[in-house]
Design a protein around this ligand. Structure first.
Ligand code: ADP
Length: 326
């Protein structure tokens, strides 16, 4: 089911949480709502779910205007970071909860729960209580519970936010695999750009209650609509009064067409990448990001000389920024 958010404004007292937001989410896609904390992502999710009413604008799901339809009739599955399972119920009973509330027949509940537990790989833990699960397993259980009611739309609000980095990474890959299997229209709220880039088909960058840009992960990274999107989506360095991605700065030992001389101030190796901090003749500082092998070949050392220029894609990036009125 596709989702259509049209010119939605939502205020809490004097705070404008959403300011004329419009967004189209294609049926079967996974869209990430990406932006800093406090900028309206959860509010947008809550408005789509029907847990909050917009002051202005409308929401359509599958072509039907649901702005005035109560949450429980919108066919939505939910999963939050702060998901609190029923501690006195087993994993299977937690997953069955939504089906019991909907008074589905017992046999149907039993087979659906079994199917969901298999899907989230918790079959062996079916009889355990939530306290006996790891953090990642609890979130998988939450997802199974949300999916059990066969929702038309799945809304995930920082579902892995409380977990440690490695578990988050594993669950992200797993979630994308699950989505490819089920194709349920999904909206995922995250403030983590890597998470958004890795799992989503479409990224909507939200800032200050407004959508700044919507596009594929590569589009928003390579053709940012403005300064905010550019700097939020990845590292950036100022070069000739433009923002450039540090991996689009070419570093050389000899002068070449269009290159400028720089003094190397610091060379920092972080795993696969090397960050070269440099001082330009006019006193500006820039940094470049190089693969380790390339940096080793250049034999860069603090105090040494280098020549820098912008790779072509970087020039395009800056041009798109200028076109956006930067
Ligand atoms: P995000 O999900 O991007 O972190 P939120 O949508 O939760 O941001 O919040 C957007 C803004 O609206 C924030 O300034 C927040 O304090 C405010 N806000 C959200 N919910 C409420 C509420 N129920 N009452 C008052 N202010 C709220």
């Amino acid at each position: 089911m596709d989702i259509s958010v049209r010119s939605v404004t939502k205020r809490y007292g004097t705070v404008t949480a959403l300011d004329g937001v419009s967004l189209e989410v294609q049926s079967g896609s996974l869209t990430a709502l990406l932006g800093p904390s406090g900028d309206g992502k959860s509010t947008l999710l809550r408005v789509i779910a029907g847990l909050d009413m917009p002051d202005l604008g409308s929401i359509a799901i599958g072509g039907n205007d649901v702005t005035r339809v109560p949450a429980r009739k919108r066919g939505i599955g939910f999963c939050f970071q702060s998901y609190a399972p029923f501690r006195h119920l087993t994993v299977a009973e937690n997953v069955a909860f939504g089906l019991k509330v909907r008074r589905r027949p017992r046999a149907e509940i039993r087979s659906k729960v079994a199917e969901m537990l298999e899907l989230v790989r918790l079959t062996e833990q079916a009889k355990r209580f939530p306290a006996q699960l790891s953090g990642g397993q609890v979130q998988r259980m939450a997802l199974a519970r949300a999916l059990a009611i066969e929702p038309a739309v799945l809304l995930l609000d920082e579902p892995f936010g409380a977990l440690d980095a490695q578990v988050r990474k594993d669950l992200r890959v797993w979630l994308r695999g699950l989505h490819d299997q089920l194709h349920i229209t999904t909206l995922l709220v995250t403030h983590d750009r890597e998470e958004a880039m890795e799992v989503a088909d479409q990224v909507a960058v939200i800032h200050g209650g407004r959508i700044e840009q919507v596009g594929s992960p590569l589009d928003v990274y390579d053709q940012p609509a403005n300064d905010f999107v550019l700097t939020f989506l990845g590292p950036a360095t100022r070069f000739d009064d433009r923002w450039i991605r540090p991996h689009d700065i070419v570093v050389d030992r000899r002068p070449g067409p269009g290159s400028r001389q720089a003094t190397v101030e610091r060379v920092v190796a972080i795993g696969f990448e090397v960050r070269v901090h440099m001082l330009l003749g006019d006193g500006d500082r820039i940094w470049a990001q190089l693969p380790r092998a390339e940096a080793a070949e250049l034999e860069l050392t603090s105090g040494g000389r280098a020549w820098v220029r912008v790779r072509q894609v970087g020039a395009e990036l800056a041009a798109s920024g200028e076109a956006a009125g930067l």
